[in-house]
Design a protein around this ligand. Structure first.
Ligand code: IMP
Ligand code: MG
Length: 178
């Protein structure tokens, strides 16, 4: 499938599933080397990161945990800049190395908001792994530890990412046709 139509928009393929899997393997390799021996809990940010979290987690080769949080910041195709509160956070992260798993970091508002709240739960350390990163859109100074791919500032769907709730099931990543 080279082109798909989701609701009122056309999308064309931009990152193939095989390429996604190659990058995740490389990211997992880095994390396996860096964090072996630490008490690690992965923190998947729902909904978008569920596919990335699942694929990456399967490739982690040391004993560790995973849990999920929910936030929401997007209406349609433009970041609203307002981020709602975190749902599902608890004391489990105290003293642990937390690895945030994001599908995509765009402006960075969501990430900053999550980190600010997480600090209150006293983790030992917070690391950030995002599959996709839009450098031209990023407005924050927080360094990102693990990046799968840098992409242009276009609206994309697939591999967990949605357009108004649809398109998450696509195996490949598609960008909007302008
Ligand atoms: P930020 O707060 O601007 O960094 O946006 C973060 C959230 O917006 C991500 O976790 C996604 O859920 C969503 N998002 C950002 N860019 C896209 C996109 O191109 N397609 C779909 N969702 C996106
Ligand atoms: Mg997200």
């Amino acid at each position: 499938m080279q082109q798909v139509k989701i609701l009122d928009k056309d999308f064309e393929i931009s990152i193939k599933s095989s390429e996604i899997q190659d990058r995740i393997k490389a990211m997992a390799g880095e994390i396996n080397t860096d964090l072996k021996g630490e008490d690690v809990i992965f923190l998947g940010i729902l909904n978008g990161s569920f596919m990335f979290a699942s694929d990456l987690f399967k490739k982690i080769n040391f004993d560790c945990q995973i849990t999920f949080l929910k936030v929401a910041s997007y209406q349609g195709t433009a970041s609203s800049g307002t981020v709602k509160r975190l749902i599902g956070i608890n004391e489990d992260i105290k003293g642990k190395t937390v690895v945030i798993l994001e599908d995509i970091v765009d402006t960075g508002h969501t990430l900053e908001h999550i980190i600010r709240q997480l600090i209150g739960y006293e983790p030992k350390e917070i690391k950030i792994a995002t599959f996709l990163f839009k450098p031209d859109s990023y407005q924050k100074k927080i360094p990102i530890d693990y990046i799968g791919m840098e992409i242009p500032n276009d609206f994309i769907i697939g591999y967990g990412l949605d357009y108004n709730g649809f398109g998450r099931n696509l195996e490949d990543i598609y960008s909007v046709v302008k």
